[in-house]
Ligand binder design. Structure first.
Ligand code: ADP
Length: 460
């Protein structure tokens, strides 16, 4: 990039230098031409006023005058165009001058000028003509350098100045590029240190975005690393048990009467493994942005009711009473499978982290124009210091209770993900020993459907 900026700056400098030179030469040449015509005009009037050419015979005097006056060519032409006197040529050999522009002009207006190219490209001939009192035309001419000649003569100087200027601009371009690039290099080296980067004010929003993205990437990478470590650890425990129990059986080290118990342990751990793997797969599906979900208008009341019915047996096993209430229908714009998962995970937790003879209430209703789901229990509650973290993957307040009741530590992480995808708001209210209430407020289906449709179209 540095090289590119350098090359561009130098090219711009070189082009500007050449253009300026050409323009300056052009302007000067124009002035130079005007000056020559001015000089010729003066010479012509002096000659005219001096009267030396009145009678047309004083050619010697005229020749001397012409030689003294910078090699001027003096010509006298009669009104018919016949050359009477010429200091550079024999008048007899000269053609009629009737058609010469300076002659025509002088005859008509009293004075005329013309510039003509000479035989050689390097010179132009300048003419100035006046009508004398006797009607003859007095013309004075002079040869002078053409533009090409002036340019040719100036070229070495131009090239030298250009070379010097290009050298100076190269150094300036180099220094300028360096100072331009320095803050950008600074960004690359200090991405991790917010506030450390000093750049142009125009770059500040850009840096902020990059830094934010960089932090997000780092955070994601760290989370993924932690997740992978946690997954390996979680999978290892049941697998170690399965391997250990089966090895004992294989080696005939288990007495006949214990075989069923060992088989039960193996079965229990294998089921746990399957549940874990299912949850992990589900989370990665939810993570994948390209995964397409169908959103539709659903009756949350119906879904909640059937989930509660499905979990009645489970609640009975834990000696927990499960109640359901609400207003029908309660329409949400949502994905059916995700709604079932949210309900299942919340109700399952409310049962598992409950006390004997405890209760769970599931309620679906409209609150402030928002479809709302509330799952409330009279269970063990969640200590305040853990409340923020229970939505993290594999975070559990009481590890052994979670594991013994078949928990994976992923249920609430899945719930959080789904809630976010539905633009819903989750609130947690829990007291140790008293119980927990989780409330999810969904957006009004009408406004949300429009938003979701836009998102779905964007993804395609
Ligand atoms: P798990 O599979 O361990 O239940 P979750 O992600 O569903 O994982 O929940 C994370 C942790 O939050 C649980 O281990 C538990 O400690 C706590 N928790 C979740 N729901 C409740 C609840 N209703 N009452 C008390 N604690 C709860």
């Amino acid at each position: 990039m540095k090289k590119k900026i350098n090359v561009r700056l130098i090219s711009i400098a070189a082009i500007s230098i050449f253009l300026t030179m050409f323009l300056v030469i052009g302007v000067f040449y124009d002035l130079f031409q005007k000056q020559i015509i001015e000089d010729l005009k003066m010479d012509t009037y002096i000659l005219k006023e001096s009267g030396v050419i009145q009678n047309g015979a004083e050619t010697d005097i005229i020749k001397t005058y012409s030689a003294e006056m910078d090699d001027l060519r003096i010509t006298v032409i009669d009104p018919e165009g016949k050359v009477l006197i010429d200091t550079w040529a024999y008048t007899q050999e000269m053609e009629n001058h009737q058609t010469r522009p300076e002659f025509i002009e002088a005859l008509r207006d009293g004075e005329g000028t013309a510039i003509r190219k000479s035989e050689t490209l390097s010179q132009n001939t300048f003419y100035y003509a006046v009508r004398m009192d006797n009607g003859n035309i007095l013309r004075v001419a002079k040869k002078a350098s053409s533009l090409l000649d002036v340019f040719g003569k100036a070229l070495p100087v131009i090239l030298m100045i250009t070379a010097v200027l290009i050298a100076v601009s190269s150094i300036a371009a180099h220094m300028l590029t360096k100072s331009l690039i320095a803050p950008i290099e600074n960004i690359a080296n200090h991405l991790d240190e917010p506030g450390e980067i000093r750049v142009y004010p125009e770059l500040v929003p850009f840096i902020d975005t990059i830094q934010k993205q960089h932090q997000d990437i780092m955070k994601n990478a760290r989370m993924r690393q932690e997740f992978t470590a946690n997954v390996s650890h979680e999978l290892k425990t049941p697998l170690t048990s399965i391997s250990g129990y089966s090895e004992l059986i294989e080696n005939g080290m288990v007495e006949e009467e214990h075989i069923t118990r060992f088989a039960h342990e193996i079965h229990h751990n294998a089921t746990r493994l399957l549940t874990l793997i299912n949850d992990i797969i589900r989370l990665s599906e939810l993570d994948a942005t390209e995964f397409e979900n169908t959103f539709e208008n659903l009756d949350l009341y119906g879904i909640a009711k059937s989930t509660v019915e499905m979990l009645h047996m489970n609640a009975g096993k834990h000696q927990v009473s499960l109640y359901f209430s609400g207003t029908e229908p309660c329409i949400v714009f949502a994905n059916r499978q995700m709604m079932e998962e949210v309900l299942y995970n919340l109700c399952d937790n409310a049962i598992r982290y409950n006390n004997v003879n405890g209760s769970v209430w599931v309620k679906v209703h409209m609150e402030d124009d928002h479809p709302t789901l509330v799952v409330k229990d009279t269970g063990i509650g969640i200590p305040k210091e853990h409340q923020e973290r229970i939505f993290e993957r594999f975070y559990r307040v009481d590890k052994s209770r979670s594991k013994s009741t078949g928990g994976t530590g992923l249920g609430l992480a899945i719930v959080k993900h789904i809630v976010a995808q539905h633009h819903a708001v989750l609130t947690l209210d829990s007291d140790t020993g008293k119980g927990t209430e989780i409330k999810i407020q969904f957006p009004n289906p009408e406004s949300f459907r429009k938003e979701a449709e836009i998102i779905v179209t964007d993804d395609q």
